[in-house]
Design a protein around this ligand. Structure first.
Ligand code: SR1
Ligand code: MG
Length: 400
């Protein structure tokens, strides 16, 4: 079948052709419900049994901006990443039912009983175990494809299978470049324009971001998710699932950590509005976010070190001082990438509902400036912090 974009009138016939998923004669209904930047997302339900699946189809251009080319081949990368995530980090990613290479469509587990973490946090919900799940997800999903976690020769061949240049270019532009100059796609509220321009004038700051960008572009450390923000995580009590790894490629592990940790910060700042009526509740919720922020790193650090010690076979990599040094570099990378992840959400093209749903321009600007200030300090001090508690102190200092 030649590629054709699916819609509400064709999705049921398409799903019916997937005979391993739905039995012949099943009564199906289907509808597109995606609100992401890049793909079509359908839910198809067998009305007889109530069984439902999600079908995700790649589009050739970004929904958010059709001048951005988004090759269909990323669906193949995503489907293979999901299979690997289920293998390396079982229970922490959705199950996949099929990949259709002609239609660039993936059939996967419907997580309708879960909620997207970003929305859940806007609603002020807490999820016990979230930090441990996310720390484990990043540790397990990345360790397996490091040079210690797998054969180095096999790894080099695997790198070629996950080359994802166009999606990496989106990240290079939207996260590492455009927020630091006057790019046409930027969206800067007038109340924060002067503060945003301060960043653009700060050549020492821009140099540090360029160093982070260079590492993103050149370090094939492990196969990373590549877009692990709070909109790429489903949650329900006791369950966390990372989805949407279409930006996957061999890159720096700290990028996955930084993206998930950094995307917590706009939410932290946005509680100025979402919990505006109760200062105690706001402080308690922010303290929970800080615990999750720190807990992701702490759990990652433990799980990754354990995996390393259990799997290391080569003499050079068995040196404990080397492991300590490796972890220290992952730590400063995570803090640096967290900074870039939060700053792009304030001034760049793809912003987030946490902040954008604040209708009061003055409160919104205050929250935005908190995020920009934390982002700059994280970037500049990332190699100086001695531990995660010192990093949390920076968050607290800017969000009083
Ligand atoms: C043009 S795509 C904009 C953003 O959406 C994705 O989720 C990535 O974060 C990308 O940067
Ligand atoms: Mg996405």
């Amino acid at each position: 079948m030649a590629y054709k974009t699916l819609d509400d009138s064709t999705i049921v016939d398409y799903a019916r052709s997937k005979t391993d998923v739905f039995p012949a004669g099943a009564q199906l209904e289907g509808k597109e419900f995606g609100d992401g930047n890049l793909n079509l997302i359908f839910r198809v339900t067998d009305t007889g049994t109530g069984k439902s699946i999600v079908i995700k189809q790649a589009l050739p251009h970004a929904r958010i901006d059709d001048s951005i080319v988004t090759p269909l081949e990323r669906a193949r990368i995503e489907s293979e990443m999901l299979v690997l995530h289920d293998k390396y980090a079982p229970g922490l990613a959705p199950e996949i039912y099929f990949y259709d290479p002609d239609m660039y469509a993936i059939g996967m587990q419907d997580l309708a009983d879960h909620q997207v973490l970003r929305q859940a946090m806007i609603e002020g919900k807490r999820f016990p175990g979230l930090a441990e799940h996310l720390g484990d997800f990043v540790a397990k999903s990345t360790f397996a494809t490091t040079d210690v976690g797998m054969d180095q020769q096999d790894k080099k061949r695997m790198v070629a299978n996950f080359i994802n240049p166009e999606l990496c270019k989106i990240t290079e532009d939207l996260i590492f470049s455009e927020p630091y100059f006057d790019a046409p796609g930027n969206k800067i509220d007038p109340e924060i324009r002067e503060r945003a321009e301060e960043n653009v004038r700060d050549t020492a700051y821009r140099k540090e971001v360029a160093i982070l960008k260079e590492k993103f572009m050149t370090q094939a450390q492990a196969l990373i998710h590549g877009d692990l923000h709070t909109g790429s995580v489903f949650v329900k009590e006791g369950s966390t699932k990372a989805f949407d790894p279409e930006f996957g490629f061999f890159g720096p592990i700290g990028f996955d950590l930084g993206l998930i940790m950094g995307n917590l910060i706009p939410n932290h700042a946005s509680q100025l509005w979402h919990k505006r009526d109760d200062a105690d509740d706001r402080a308690a919720y922010r303290a929970w976010i800080e615990e999750v922020f720190a807990g992701i790193w702490t759990r990652f650090d433990k799980t990754f070190r354990d995996l390393w010690k259990q799997n290391v076979k080569t003499p050079m990599e068995s040196n404990p001082a080397y492991l300590d040094d490796y972890m220290a570099r992952l730590f400063s990378d995570a803090i640096g990438y967290a900074a870039t992840a939060m700053v792009r959400r304030i001034v760049g093209l793809a912003q987030v509902k946490d902040i954008r749903s604040i209708p009061d321009a003055e409160v919104r600007a205050k929250a935005q400036i908190q995020v920009l200030d934390i982002g700059r300090e994280f970037t500049m001090r990332r190699t100086e912090y001695r531990d995660i508690d010192e990093v949390v102190e920076t968050i607290r200092k800017h969000t009083v």
